[in-house]
Write a protein that binds this ligand. Structure first.
Ligand code: NAG
Ligand code: NAG
Length: 453
């Protein structure tokens, strides 16, 4: 792990704890749900508009051979479920035969009943401070939520320690595994997602064809806290039938011990990785099939771990708002409406979804270009710089694809090509002809690439 490529720090998350903290600090920090409506490739567009749900279109389900052997488990909580889950029920989960919404509160969400993941944990846990929200909701229902339950301020190095939903969340991982097995002991694959994770099902099924569910497998986006490598929860992860039974048996025998460990850790996905390792189940590093970032933050032309993303089919994107899910779903459906298409690669997504949205310049928009005067090699205009000076600076370096000016007038550039996200006071620009050149150099993929071990 000491020989990771330099780019890796931005894109591939076996991260030092600091970077993981940043991730959690950004958790839910997104404000607007407005996104650009999908347009035909020849029609770049700068007008933002909500994508309305389309009640007229109720297409039949595309054949997903193998999906009947998968249980999809979506983890949510009372403070977000009614806002984030419905969009999945009408899009990504609509054609999924085996699904389970696990939560800290049992309720109906558009006709699906959530499962209280803590219904069967040791009674002593209920007196843990972290369960205050759970106890309140169980007695008083939604009315028992307070405004404090909705704070999203990252007020500590280890995340939103004042947010009751956040503190409770780490406790869900181990019982969730147990409940998943109890629900469907016989399926080949258990897939765990969160409510802001976007799954691309044909890509998952094509990827899983490379594995045998009789092997003990734990597939996920590699992360590290201290010495512990684990699959990042929000990126989604997959557990094989053999691993599920080995682990659930192990956990049933050692539940109290692992409750104690959970109490002393702040990341539930990390505890799960530790427990799986203890049960003899190692992680298969699965980036870029599973990722921590939204589709707007992916550098499809880039690489990590020496792997160019271009020809890999992504299974997930994370930090997808309900509007993002709707928009991505539209593209996903359009793509797979051609029955000859078996997967959707990063290259396809970039060329046919992201590239048509890129423009020379966008105001109140952030493409995340990082290389500014924080960098020793910086030779750009001094702060405050104009957008024009920043563009000139980018143009002078042949591998610069994007640039931006932040609120302070600081110019920064990058060799990435991201769609980016709305951000007041920031202006972003893209060298479109270089992006098109880079697309040509990546070329077409022929066979898609998969991580198989
Ligand atoms: C509930 O807890 C009991 C005792 O720990 C255990 O034997 C059982 O398997 C659990 N059931 C589920 C669905 O987790
Ligand atoms: C799918 O492939 C077949 C055989 O190559 C072709 O005849 C057909 O037109 C294709 N369908 C679409 C929708 O592109």
């Amino acid at each position: 792990m000491a020989t990771l490529p330099a780019r890796y720090g931005r894109w591939v998350p076996v991260l030092i704890p600091l970077a993981l903290l940043i991730l959690f600090l950004h958790l839910n920090a997104r404000f607007g749900d407005t996104r650009v409506v999908l347009q035909p490739a020849s029609f770049p567009n700068e007008n933002e508009a909500e994508v309305p749900p389309d009640p007229k279109s109720s297409p039949s389900c595309r054949q997903l051979p193998g999906i009947e052997d998968v249980l999809v488990v979506v983890k949510t909580g009372i403070t977000e479920s009614q806002h984030k889950v419905p969009v999945h029920i009408r899009t990504t989960l609509r054609c999924i035969p085996n699904k389970l919404i696990v939560s800290d509160f049992e309720e109906d969400i558009d006709g699906l009943r959530t499962l209280d993941v803590f219904r069967n944990v040791s009674q002593t846990l209920y007196s843990n401070d972290d369960f205050a929200l759970y106890n309140r909701a169980r007695q008083g229902g939604r009315q028992a939520l307070t405004s404090e339950d909705h704070t999203k301020v990252a007020n500590s190095a280890a995340g939103m320690m004042d947010n009751p939903g956040w503190k409770l969340d780490k406790w869900k991982f181990l019982p969730m595994i147990h409940e998943a097995r109890a629900h469907r002991p016989d399926v080949k694959w258990y897939v765990f997602l969160e409510a802001d994770t976007y799954p691309i099902w044909p890509n998952l099924l094509a990827w899983l064809e490379n594995f045998d569910s009789n092997d003990k497998l734990y597939l996920g986006n590699q992360m590290m806290i201290g010495d512990h490598t684990f699959a990042h929860g929000g990126s989604g992860f997959v557990i094989s039938n053999a691993a599920m039974h080995a682990f659930a048996d192990f956990y049933a025998e050692h539940a109290d011990e692992w409750n104690e460990i959970t109490n002393n850790q702040w990341a539930g996905d990390c505890v799960l990785g530790m427990a799986l390792a203890e049960a003899g189940i190692g992680l298969t590093w699965s980036w870029p099939h599973v990722t921590t970032q939204s589709v707007w933050e992916q550098d499809a032309l880039g690489e990590g771990f020496g792997r160019p993303q271009w020809c890999y089919p992504p299974f997930t994107f994370h930090h997808m708002t309900p509007a993002d899910v709707d928009q991505m779903w539209k593209f996903d459906q359009e793509w797979f409406s051609n029955e000859n298409r078996t997967v959707l690669t990063y290259g396809d997504i970039f060329q046919y979804f992201i590239r048509p949205m890129l423009t020379n310049r966008l105001d109140n928009w952030d493409n995340n270009a990082p290389d500014g005067d924080n960098n020793a090699d910086y030779r750009g205009p001094s702060t405050p710089a104009s957008m024009y000076e920043c563009a000139e600076h980018c143009a002078r370096s042949s591998n610069c694809l994007q640039y931006r000016i932040d609120k302070q007038g600081r110019c920064s550039t990058s060799g990435w090509a991201l769609r980016g996200l709305p951000k007041p006071g920031v202006a972003s620009g893209t060298m479109l002809w270089r992006v098109d050149d880079a697309i040509k150099r990546r070329g077409s993929c022929g066979k898609p690439k998969f991580i198989t071990k």
